[in-house]
Design a protein around this ligand. Structure first.
Ligand SMILES: [Zn+2]
Length: 168
């Protein structure tokens, strides 16, 4: 049975903007924080990644790497892992154009696949979160993650604010 996914949570890796960082690096950090994937899930996807909490990681060159599989519950947002997928942009608050393109394509694809609105998730929706939201935009989360407003990005037609585009 596929699990019921109603929202996407966007994160950043909180690494220096533009620095090459991989899913294996993130896996080590999540391992140290005590996250663990279930053994049976690792058999089918990324067996060497024993801990990573995200479902997708967008590298500085725009490559999208997988972490957990879509039917694995993630470990990326306390109290909101059950109905969500976690996407991590490598960097902090400035990302290459290739990363922004990859994020747009990925969000389009996942929203279509899971019938998720391509719109900011409303924290006040009594049905629960539906749509796309930044980690720090979830009520009760005191984090500047990712380092841009996912809400503004969505409302701008998934076009990044120029100040969040990393040149070169
Ligand atoms: Zn986060």
């Amino acid at each position: 049975m596929p699990r019921d996914i109603t929202f996407l949570v966007i994160h950043c890796s909180a690494t220096p903007n533009g620095r090459w960082t991989t899913s294996a690096d993130i896996n080590l950090w999540h391992h140290d924080r005590g996250f663990r994937r279930k053994a049976e899930a690792r058999v089918g996807l990324n067996p060497k990644l024993d801990a990573i909490g995200y479902h997708q990681v967008i590298y500085t060159n725009g490559t999208v790497a997988t972490g957990r599989g879509p039917n694995e519950v993630g470990a990326h947002v306390a109290g909101n892992n059950t109905g969500s997928l976690g996407i991590c942009m490598v960097g902090t608050d400035r990302f290459h154009a290739e990363q922004w393109d990859a994020l747009r394509r990925l969000v389009w694809q996942l929203c279509a696949q899971y019938r998720i609105p391509q719109a900011p998730a409303d924290p006040k929706d009594p049905r629960g979160l539906r749509g796309v939201i930044g980690h720090g935009e979830i009520p009760g989360v005191a984090k500047s993650c990712p380092g841009f407003s996912v809400r503004e990005w969505l409302l701008a037609g998934m076009n990044p604010n120029p100040q969040h585009i990393l040149q070169g």
